[in-house]
Design a protein around this ligand. Structure first.
Ligand SMILES: [Zn+2]
Length: 262
């Protein structure tokens, strides 16, 4: 963890302490992989992200291509490219289905660099070429977002404050098999906003936001949650990892008056 912290700070000075390391998506069976408390945000350098991807259990070509293409959906607006490798791979994808390691999860950002080479950094239990497209959108893009260093949007204080703690513990215990402690870690602990680069308002339709049913919010209204990279996600990712822009500044006309420009 110390090594991950050092790396993160070195690679992107915007990295600051926060509280999500192993981040899970809903929909898999319970997982008991240890969550480690708070160290740092784990963004890659703002110059862009080029990561090699190894599939650990040799899925068919069509599935490998499909998973990669959904990970690369972030590259539409952001300077992000995932490329398959037969080598060790920086991102290592498994489809573990054990009690301890099953489900959908990913380590966050530069943390993947300190995971032992024989271990996965991202898990997609049960994914096959027959998995419905909407799950590729919802799950693969979400987990790739974690790999890019994005934490859960529902951990923003603005959204956590809407959730009823007791109801949430009962609900996720029943539907995901999570212990009260896991519910606290995954849903009820806000990330300190000061520690994040973030959009000005929490985005309940972010791909990084869980779907929270109205039955566990204080108002009774659901938090919609994301089913795909939305416009706010796409432009936020582009702001963190901007694509190279043509050098136009040299010929740009400088307005005589600055008043009125914003
Ligand atoms: Zn997640």
């Amino acid at each position: 963890m110390i090594e991950a912290a050092r790396l993160a700070a070195e690679m992107n000075p915007a990295n600051q302490p926060h509280s999500a390391i192993v981040a899970r998506a809903l929909g898999g069976p319970p997982t008991h992989r240890a969550s480690i408390a708070a160290v740092i945000a784990k963004k890659w350098p703002s110059t862009g992200v080029r990561l090699s991807v190894k599939f650990m259990d040799k899925p068919e070509t069509a599935l490998r291509k499909k998973i990669l293409s959904h990970m690369n959906a972030w590259g539409k607006t952001a300077n992000v490219v995932f490329t398959e490798t037969n080598g060790t791979g920086q991102v290592r994808i498994a489809r573990l289905d054990t009690q301890a390691d099953g489900g959908f999860w990913s380590y966050v950002g530069v943390e993947i660099l300190v995971i032992p080479p024989g271990e996965p950094t991202l898990n997609l239990e049960g994914f096959t070429i027959n998995t419905i497209d909407s799950e590729f959108n919802r799950v693969v893009r979400h987990e790739a977002g974690h790999t890019l260093g994005f934490p859960h949007e529902h951990m923003r204080r603005e959204l956590v404050d809407r959730i009823d703690e007791k109801k949430a513990i009962a609900f996720f215990g029943k539907t995901q098999g999570w212990s009260p402690q896991e519910v606290k870690e995954q849903v009820l602990t806000p990330i300190e906003e000061s520690a994040l680069l973030h959009t000005s308002n929490a985005d309940p339709k972010s791909i990084m936001c869980y779907q929270i049913p109205g039955s566990i919010t204080k108002s009774g209204k659901p938090i919609l949650g994301g089913t795909d990279i939305d416009d706010i996600d796409a432009s936020f990712a582009a702001s963190i990892y901007p694509k190279a822009v043509a050098k136009k500044t040299a010929t740009m006309k400088i307005p005589k008056r600055s008043a009125g420009f914003a």
